[in-house]
Design a protein around this ligand. Structure first.
Ligand SMILES: [Fe+2]
Length: 347
């Protein structure tokens, strides 16, 4: 029953119409949606099978010229975000093909990028005057604002998974980009220079990253990462949620490789299963070796080598390896931690 002081819906609507012209809105109508009791992630868990992706990627090789190689990328688009070039709420991911003799012209942008290499015999990336050769499983990062170009002097296709923080940059609407006049940047340093300076367990006397808050190492070779992962198994037990796990680190502060994106590598030996876990970061998984069952909120995904999966934040998941398996992950955890909003929960 409406008391004499209770406004009717019509009275409320009349009031709202007075707010419209002066660009005001009633918080009480939207409060629940604005401040949810817990994350309500819009993305859905989704897996892309390499057996299906690769033929389509190779078909794209005939459709685009070498000059267009920079854009020869198939975007992993979360079914929840059709047309938005997002694999999950905050990250872009794609799969890129470079054919022998091609160059992806040098350019720079505010978005930071990482590449996880799936196939490469002679592919390379140049960053800030230094070239790094890309091998299967290597992680190569291109820090925000640095000129980078890719090329391929070897044989067969070069294929990698791209991860970029484009949706984050675009959320802040702070993105810049530019092309270099030349296709390839001038190389001013010998290959391996940045690893020698920052990646051998030694550091310069006055260490300073040329890339600001991004790691000064832009290539993390798989051979070394894998060797380290397998070595720790001999001395300690696995992490209950990740198996044997190491993060890709910025050697200057021990933090994540990039201010927006985190990356880590996980090893699950044959038949190993993990306990239920969830965290607020939005993750992407690439199977580097082996095969794994991912149970995410009761939905089962069977993944093999080179398969890619979107793991939305705050959804319970566990992994079960069918054989010795290495998993590569990246996520927006780095950004969430810096903003003080990251949270995890495990059983
Ligand atoms: Fe780029």
């Amino acid at each position: 029953m409406t008391s004499i002081n209770s406004p009717t819906d019509d009275e409320k609507q009349d009031f709202y119409q007075q707010l419209d012209p002066v660009s005001l809105a009633p918080l009480w109508e939207v409060m629940k949606g604005l401040v949810a009791p817990e994350p309500n992630n819009n993305a859905v868990p989704f897996a892309w099978k390499y057996d299906e992706i690769r033929p389509l990627l190779m078909a794209s090789g005939a459709l685009l010229t070498a000059e267009e190689a920079e854009r020869r990328v198939l975007v992993f688009e979360n079914p929840s975000f059709q047309g938005q070039s997002k694999i999950n709420a905050t990250l872009y991911a794609g799969i890129q093909l470079i054919l022998p003799g091609e160059t992806a012209p040098s350019h720079k942008h505010t978005a930071g990028a990482l590449r996880f290499v799936l196939e490469s015999n002679g592919g390379y990336t140049s960053v800030d005057g230094e070239r790094t050769t890309m091998h299967r499983g290597d992680l190569v990062i291109t820090p925000n604002g640095t000129f980078h170009d890719h090329g391929h002097d070897g044989e067969g296709p070069v294929i990698w998974v791209d991860g970029l923080d484009v949706p984050i940059v675009n959320y802040f609407q702070c993105g810049f980009s530019a092309q270099l006049d030349a296709d390839r940047q001038t190389l001013t340093k010998k290959e391996g220079y940045s690893t020698a300076l920052f990646g051998s367990g030694m550091l310069p006397l006055e260490p300073k990253s040329p890339f600001g808050s991004t790691s000064p190492i832009f290539s993390y070779p798989y051979a070394r990462a894998r060797e380290a992962l397998l070595a720790i198994e001999q001395s300690e037990g696995p992490n209950p949620h990740w198996g044997y796990v190491l993060k890709y680190a910025n050697p200057l502060d021990g933090g994540w490789i990039m201010p927006t994106m985190a990356a880590w590598l996980s090893y699950l030996s044959d038949s190993m299963s993990t306990q239920l876990y969830r965290a607020t970061d939005n993750q992407v998984l690439v199977v580097s070796e082996g095969s794994v069952r991912v149970d995410i909120a009761g939905e089962i995904f069977e993944l093999k080598q080179n398969d890619v999966m979107a793991l939305p934040g705050w959804v319970w998941r566990r992994f079960e390896a069918h054989e010795n398996t290495v998993l590569f992950f990246f996520s927006d955890r780095s950004a969430q931690e810096k903003l003080g909003i990251w949270r995890e929960q495990g059983q």
